[in-house]
Structures are given as C-alpha cells and as structure tokens.
Design a binder for this molecule. Structure first.
Ligand SMILES: NC(=O)c1ccc[n+]([C@@H]2O[C@H](COP(=O)([O-])OP(=O)(O)OC[C@H]3O[C@@H](n4cnc5c(N)ncnc54)[C@H](O)[C@@H]3O)[C@@H](O)[C@H]2O)c1
Ligand SMILES: [Zn+2]
Ligand SMILES: [Zn+2]
Length: 361
C-alpha cells in the first residue's frame, strides 16, 4: 500500500517551501523505501527553491540524509529492511562508458527510483538530487542506500550524503591535496569547511579559509584552517599569495561558485596549481579573462561533482574516521530542527548563522 507522509515541497520559483502530504509508493524492482532519521539543509536545496538548478517544480527537497531501510522491492540484495544507510545521489550503473573505463565516479547513468512520489492529487514530485529526504519516508533506488556502521550518530554521518562528502572529496579526490601542500578554500560554509577538513586529513600544512563573514572564519579555524582571510577587508588573492611565500596555493577550492570567486581561485594558485570548483554556478553566470593567463600558468582547472566520490568506498571509511575521532562531523551541526523549520533554516543559512541545520525526525 502506498504510504502518506509529511515532506517539504518547493512549489514555485522563489516561493517559501511548505510541508505537504507526500504519497510514497511501495518499492518496485530495485527500489527501497527508507525511513529518514536526519536530513541536513544544503545550499543546493535553496538553489532548487530559487529555480537555479532547473524548472521541474514542484520539488521534494532534502538530499543529505541518513535513515533505516524499511522495505525493498524485487531483486534487491545489497540492502535489507533494518539496515542503517546514508543516502547517496551517485548510485553508479556499472555499465556506462565511465563505469567500464574504471572511473565510476563519473557515471553518466546513475540510478534513481523509477516510480514517482506524488502529492495527494497525483502531481509528480521532482526529488532533489533524486532523493527527496525532507520527508518522513522516501523512495529511492537501492543503490542510493550505502550501508554504514549503525553505531554512528545519524545527525553527523548523514552530512556525508552531500555537502561534507562534496567538500572532503573536492580536496582529497578531485584536488589530490597531499602532504605539505598549501590549500586555500573560498567560502567557508558546510562544503568549504569540509574541504578544509579534507585538506587537513590529506596532510596539507597551510590551509587558508576565505569568507566574507568573520563567524564563518572562526568556525573554519576550529575545523582546521591555519589562516583565515576576510575577503571584504582586502584582495583575497593578494592575501593568499602573502600567506604562501608570495607564490599562491597549490590547490584553491571555490566553494561559493560565482564568477568573482572562481577568478580569485584562478589567480590565487601557484604556477601549475589546481583550481577545484565545487560551488554550483547558475546557468547565467559568465567568466571572461585573457586566455594567455590560462596558458602561461599551466596547472589544471577542475570541477568536482559530489567530491568525485564513490559512496561505497568513501562513506564507510569516513564514518570510521568520525568514530575514531579523526574527523569531527559534529562540528558541522549548528542546530537540529523539525521539518516545519526548513524555511526558517534557509533564512539562517542566507544570513550565515549556521554551518548546517539538520532536520531530525
Ligand atoms: N559540487 C557539489 O557536488 C556540491 C555539493 C553540495 C553543495 N554544493 C554547492 O556548494 C556551495 C556551498 O554550499 P554550502 O552548503 O556550503 O553553502 P553555505 O551557504 O553554507 O556556504 C557558502 C559560504 O560562502 C560564503 N561566501 C559567499 N560569498 C562569498 C564571497 N564572495 N567570498 C567568500 N565567501 C563567500 C558565505 O559567507 C558562506 O559562508 C553551493 O553553491 C552549493 O550548491 C556543491
Ligand atoms: Zn555508470
Ligand atoms: Zn547538497
């Protein structure tokens, strides 16, 4: 029997979200219904609400979640009812060109549930990143469920489902930060601070956090920034150069995703350095700059979707590091909230009052 649950829906561009009744079908072949325990509020949810991702309203928001598998459909063998899982938005197919080349983190054909979740009147919902976890229960593809150690706090490890994985992976997987490197991270929100944590885990010795908000810079220090720069008080490119012996950083990560921050990242890196864009730009954004600057500096310009992660490989080891006290995921949780407070949490995110608000069911 399809179930009715409460979930957070964005009905129209720029409009406040509302809590609505969602119809969750029984899992079909390859699918799973998950009872959501926690779901973090990621800036990408706000991008969806603002129409910055696409126009497929209404959206069922939420995609940074941990939960317990309630039921599975035909043919599902990788997870079973009762399993504690982190939901992922990269359920790799195993058969596309990227997967066959041995680079499944670029999978072109990731799995999502085949059946739609709907409003009570039958209107189909677009689940954010194919997940839709600001809901008591959600329907996903079983491959979107990554089993992890059930003794870990869901509030903390659920954040690996999006922003924290995106940030850590931007540093470790995409940026290939290594021991002794200098790293600058522009934008110290949940994703940027996770990039700082990733740079620290990888052994970077100079880690510069850049933001426009001093509170964010304080939190960044707590997570591992060795230096901080307020981009409002001067040119961040100059400041990063000064802090790196006049050279620029080996790896600069743009966790804001605007033309001006990307250009700062471009010019704040050392010769042959790497830029990693992890903040999500909107389709209208443009960058114009002298091509010779790219040629003359060498190095690489990369973007990082979901930290180039492979959930089955990366979630369990990051949960282990958390449980061993080597990755402080609790530091990312600014507050826990109820489903009815998601709209307010967007305002707090906008004002920079939080790193992560986490809905707890
Ligand atoms: N690539 C991915 O896979 C992926 C995954 C998750 C989130 N994201 C994106 O990452 C970005 C950050 O997400 P978040 O959840 O950390 O958001 P957030 O709102 O928590 O953090 C953004 C931070 O950037 C700072 N900032 C804004 N303008 C700035 C500027 N000009 N210079 C320096 N700092 C500035 C803000 O003060 C804030 O601290 C968003 O664009 C989000 O959509 C990408
Ligand atoms: Zn694939
Ligand atoms: Zn996200």
């Amino acid at each position: 029997m399809p179930q009715k649950v409460r979930g957070v829906v964005a009905r129209a561009k720029g409009q406040p979200v509302s809590v609505e009744t969602i119809v969750v079908p029984d899992p079909g072949p390859g699918e799973a219904v998950v009872r959501v325990r926690t779901c973090g509020v990621c800036h990408t949810d706000l991008h969806y609400r603002e129409g910055g991702i696409n126009d497929e309203f209404p959206f069922l928001l939420g995609h940074e979640a941990a939960g317990v598998v309630e039921s599975v459909g035909e043919g599902v063998t990788d997870v079973a009812p009762g399993d504690f899982v982190i939901l992922n938005w990269r359920a790799v197919c195993g058969t596309c060109r990227a997967c066959l080349k041995g680079k499944p983190w670029y999978c072109f054909n990731t799995h999502n549930a085949a059946q739609p979740m709907t409003l009570e009147d039958g209107t189909k919902l677009s689940p954010a990143l194919g997940i839709g976890a600001f809901a008591e229960k959600t329907l996903v593809h079983s491959g979107q469920c990554t089993k992890v150690d059930p003794s870990a706090s869901p509030t903390a490890v659920g954040l690996l489902g999006c922003g924290v994985m995106a940030g850590i992976g931007a540093a470790i997987n995409t940026g290939a930060v290594s021991r002794g490197d200098s790293v600058a991270v522009i934008g110290c929100g949940g994703v940027g601070d996770a990039a700082i944590a990733g740079a620290r885990l990888a052994g970077a010795t100079t880690i510069i956090g850049v933001d426009v908000d001093d509170r964010k810079l304080e939190w960044a220090k707590g997570i591992g920034a060795t230096h901080t720069v307020n981009a409002k008080s001067g040119d961040p490119v100059e400041a990063i150069r000064e802090l790196t012996g006049g050279f620029g950083a080996d790896v600069v990560i743009d966790a804001v995703g605007r033309p001006e921050t990307w250009k700062q990242a471009f010019y704040a890196r050392d010769l042959a350095g790497t830029v990693v864009l992890v903040g999500v730009p909107t389709p209208d954004m443009r960058v114009e700059m002298p091509l010779i600057d790219f040629f003359a500096r060498g190095g690489s310009l990369k973007s990082s979707w979901y930290g180039d992660c492979l959930p089955s490989r990366d979630f369990p080891y990051l949960v282990d590091l958390y449980r061993q006290g080597r990755l402080d995921l609790d530091a990312f949780v600014s507050e826990t909230i109820s489903l009815d407070q998601v709209e307010e949490s967007f305002t707090r995110m906008h004002h920079g009052d939080v790193l992560r608000s986490v809905v707890v069911f």
